[in-house]
Design a protein around this ligand. Structure first.
Ligand code: KG4
Ligand code: ZN
Length: 340
């Protein structure tokens, strides 16, 4: 089955053409990052307007890159939520319009379902598996039994890991989103230079908390501001990265031991992080767990990842009705076939 997938939940307008939920024929991502950077974060109204301008050309480009016409598309998959309502509506309405015009089915999937299954575009993973999703809005540990069967084992109680990275970057005067810049500086710094807190490390749950870490960086920088570029800034970034990765790895290890998981998926934008990738590799080697982390090009927001669950649902006749609406807040545990 050839699917057209569409993603507009935040600040990336993306479309992809994917065959059988496996083979990426094209994947186009138009980022609005430079526009929002001027405001230090995503401005919802601007995001919706930019999606409106970019979506049709992005879809055309995806079809052209895949060398298929719209008549070859057999189904449409789109992010239904969570995300910014106005932004989601642009992609969702377009998906419905294409489905009606072409008389093909469409299905609205959870954005994090896309991230979870991104590694399947390289190599499918056997169920069940444990998943750590780390992005700008999520830091969650899930037990995944199959498509549509997700149990949350732990989650952040405040900031997501990506959010903490971006806030730390902002404190240090770097542009939004600064996660990858902190990562670059961290690679030059000493991770033991500054002892930062490891929030909730020994609280006995699988939950995370990152807002205190950001406050610690803020206080340190207020006391003695670091200048960029410089060794002090590199050391602070390396110490921050060490604290984040330490907590993520410790909670993931606890989840592996608790569930007896044999496989681990790490996904989402922060899965691009060099320190986290290394840490997870070491952890899985030590515990004899099979690790799947997508190539960095598939970790951030893209439309191709949605085609994996989309292909499963549509090929099992799980189709969204035209009356379905977007949902800005949507818990993965509450996904059922009737909620699609
Ligand atoms: O998954 P994603 O593209 O969008 C959401 O669904 O949120 O994740 C974006 C997040 C941003 O917070 C960004 O700063 C972070 O991922 N990020 C990184 C790195 N690359 C992207 N954080 C740390 N290290 C990186 N190398
Ligand atoms: Zn995302």
């Amino acid at each position: 089955m050839i699917l057209l997938s569409i993603e507009t939940s935040c600040d990336e307008t993306a479309a992809a053409v994917v065959r059988d939920g496996r083979e990426i024929l094209s994947s186009v991502i138009s980022s609005q990052v430079d526009i929002h950077a001027a405001y230090g974060g995503v401005v919802p109204e601007i995001a919706s307007r930019k999606h409106m301008e970019s979506l049709a050309p992005v879809i055309s480009q995806a079809l052209q890159d895949a060398a298929v016409g719209m008549e070859a598309v057999e189904g449409v998959v789109v992010t239904r939520g969570p995300g910014l309502s106005g932004a989601l509506l642009v992609g969702f309405s377009a998906a419905k319009a294409i489905a009606v015009a072409r008389k093909i089915p469409f299905v609205g999937v959870h954005h994090i379902e896309g991230h979870l299954f991104a590694p399947f575009l390289e190599q499918p993973v056997d169920f069940p598996f444990l998943a750590l999703v780390v992005s700008g809005g999520h830091t969650h540990l899930y037990h995944v039994e199959g498509f549509g069967h997700y149990t949350t084992l732990g989650r952040t109680i405040d900031d997501a890991a990506g959010e903490a990275y971006d806030k730390c970057a902002k404190i240090l005067g770097m542009p939004y989103p600064g996660g990858h810049l902190i990562d670059l500086m961290a690679q030059r710094g000493n991770p033991d230079a500054i002892r930062l807190p490891r929030p909730l490390l020994r609280d006995g749950t699988l939950n995370f908390s990152f807002s205190g870490l950001k406050t610690a960086v803020l206080q340190l920088n207020m006391k003695s501001p670091v200048s960029i570029p410089g060794q002090d800034a590199d050391d602070l970034c390396a110490s921050f990265q060490e604290a984040v990765c330490h907590v993520l790895a410790a909670k993931t290890e606890a989840a592996i031991r608790q569930t007896g998981a044999a496989r681990l998926v790490v996904a989402g934008g922060v899965a691009c992080n060099s320190g986290l990738r290394l840490r997870m590799k070491e952890l899985c080697q030590q515990l004899g767990v099979e690790l799947s982390i997508p190539h960095p090009s598939l970790c951030g927001d893209n439309a191709a990842m949605l085609a994996v669950p989309g292909d499963y649902y549509l090929s099992h006749d799980i189709v969204s009705p035209m009356t379905l609406d977007v949902t800005a807040n949507w818990d993965m545990d509450r996904i059922t076939e009737s909620s699609l």
